[in-house]
Design a protein. Sequence first.
Length: 460
Amino acid sequence: MELPFAEYYRIKMVEPIYRSSRVQREEWIKQARYNLFNLKSEQVYIDLITDSGTGAMSDRQWSELMLGDESYAGATSYYKLKQAIYEIFGFPYFLPTHQGRAAENVLFSALVKPGDVIPGNSPFDTTKGHIEFRHAVAIDCSINEAFDTSISHPFKGNVDLQKLEDVLKSNPKENIPFILMTITCNTSGGQPVSMQNLREVKALANKYGIPVCYDSARFAENAYFIKLREPEYKEKSIREIVTEMYSYADLSTMSGKKDGIVNIGGFIGFRSEEIFRQATTFNIMFEGYITYGGMAGRDMNAMAEGLRESTTFEYLETRIRQVEYLGKRLTDFGIPIQQPVGGHAVFVDALKFLPNVPRKEYVAQTLAIEIYLEAGIRAVEIGTLLADRDPITREDRYPALETVRLAIPRRVYTNNHMDVVAVAIKNIWDRRLNIQHGYRISWEAPIMRHFTVELEKVEH
């Protein structure tokens, strides 16, 4: 008999969590103005709002915290991280930042100007926000299959090469600072980009003389899918796959809070010394000196170790199989999700789930609130609230996908917790047709509104 699959780690420390009543949750979400970000962490039973900075560090990472060098300039911790980045990604130059959006802020300050266009696959919210804040435009060139949750395409993060070339042809080179590839592609459901697509995008970029930048937050998960789904990489190690992936990149921003498995930290990787020097000024202005960039030495140590751990097959197999486990439980219940299951999260198709709620009443947010009320599970809307308003018309933008993301922290929850999530959503599925109305906005910020938006119920 074949042995069943088990996690590659054992649990060394536990943290108690509180299971609340529905009456409590109804009051708490009302006080939070129906914004799940406004809930206190102790009001949440299972927290799937993000996998960013919420993972459990290993004993080796905790050991590295004790070895942190907190010198302002030239700390040994900086050189540890520099070596890890060079070994794994091959970038000869890098700048540490306190997280991924900080890396975007620094790099985009150096390279993005008003009127620019930045093509690629679906950018995430902060990325698009940083682009639009600079009066530039992000152009989504994703393949059409990415927007149909029922199609099981192995690489829904891929760019449509014809769409991309149309953008490159129709805009002056000086108005395209780079092509942006998000790996895995969060907005389309944690979907990977194939090695073939990365290679072809780079060839097209070279043809037009445009650099390629990776949003690398979940690069290791992307490499895992390449190993499983592209036959020629079946026998390659994760590290070997990552090396080839990054041979097609000129730049990279990264949130270390995902595949770096740390609670805070990020970086920018460069091949060009010239662009590195341009970005250095902004890093000093916004983040800190170039050898700490908003990070403590202890955190740089932990991230260097985390990058090495995340690029092992054993770690990735355990991590992604848990996400697949939740996805299978939901599909067995008949619940519509983005297929195939992504690397860091399960994305529930809110439009198919709640067909009677008007889109103008924020369908995915409505479903996310129902999930919290049912079992104290906090998820996040990846839909109209996140898509924000059109910067010109100020009308809501209705994205092709309207989903609720169940993002699973790394090495935190057991499959028993996943069972609770699946059954809670099944309970809502059974009464979904009785949910007729959603929410309206009572207050919102002018950009990236979903973090701080305040809502009120639409009464029957």
